[in-house]
Design a protein around this ligand. Sequence first.
Ligand code: ASP
Length: 450
Amino acid sequence: MKVAKFGGSSLADASQIMKVVNIVKADPARRIVVVSAPGKRFSGDIKVTDLLIALAKAVIAGKGYESELAAVVDRYATIQQELGLDGSVVAEIEKDLRDRIQGRSEHEAQFRDAMKAAGEDNCAKLVARVFTGQGLPAVYVDPREAGMLLSEDFGNAQVLPESYARLASLKHRQETLIFPGFFGYTRQGQVATFPRGGSDITGSILAAAVGAEVYENFTDVDSVFAVDPRILPDARPIPVLTYQEMRELAYAGFGVFHDEAIIPVVQAKIPICIKNTNRPEAPGTLIVPQRKYQQGEVVGVASAAGFSTIYLSKYMMNREVGFGRRLLQILEQEQLSFEHVPSGIDSMSVILRRTSLTPKKEEKVLNRIRDELQPDDVTVEHGLVLIMIVGEGMRYAVGLAARATAALAERGVNIEMMNQGSSEISIVFGVKEMDHKTAVEALGRALLAR
Ligand code: ASP
């Protein structure tokens, strides 16, 4: 059996939902269908999840919230009308939203999660009706009854291990199952959501739980591309990737698939197939445990902006036992996670995400470093872009770094940081924001076979 997950753009309006029906009809193995909340219909449109967040905010603020509520209801009403469904569908959705507001928890994050989850929950109920109406008997599955148990980290929940055994029984159900993505329940019975984009995680958990032959992830692109096509319009599609390649590409901004979502399917060794709802006949990208590769072959160039560097230098740092530990301990105590730690004999840099390093945090961390480590110099620089070149074929490949640095030099890009070796299948470069596009383009053209 296959688990097929459909993202928000695949459910944004009636014509998209009909594509989903046809895709599921076309393959009887697609027995579990995971749905997101309706997403954007056009650029500039607002996702239902964001409308729900605005609604939760208005309720929490204690002001009127009717217009925010109407905005959510309207999105479903448009779908209902376009599909010619009974109006009671919309009345039920409105009641559900009002019930959630009425039964509101005092705990803000918990309440926000209960509201956010309404997007997927109502979408799944609606989709189950549409399927049945189209002659494909389908049932909505309530994540609470099915046993999708999550931790109490509202907005950032993790699946609890016991969920897998409970969810496994879904494989014995005969009907097509429509499962809402993005949320589950805590042991106390409260709604909790995964991080944003978390329907991918739901699909992955279900695929692992039922031992699916493949986890199909339907989105709005034909495949994963070797370079962001907005930077390199003739970037080629990637037919096959390994889990590790996908993980590294996703880390540096390949937004096609939620990086956390990989974990359950990787552990169960289930292949993932990324496909396009608008062009289901396109082969898509298959992500597998292992693949054949050629020596020196680079599969993708990914990039992500928004990093900051804390740079420290101290003469004879290399002889000072415990220097690195003390530096990292300061970050730990300040609740900062770091991304990379390139170091030299008398210097060390720590690369962090810009969003985690607020101005207040920055000041505190710098003061502590000065007091506790007494470096000769400590500075912070913002606006770093990380670019990763990734490929299984990079293991033991000779000369790749040279080709990459030559390509950057040719375009006049200064390399702020380079990290090779911690991962055998990637090299990371740090460049300034103004060089972002030039660097990615240069690396893409120089390293990717066409
Ligand atoms: N609807 C949620 C979001 O927009 C989850 C998802 O689509 O995967 O983040």
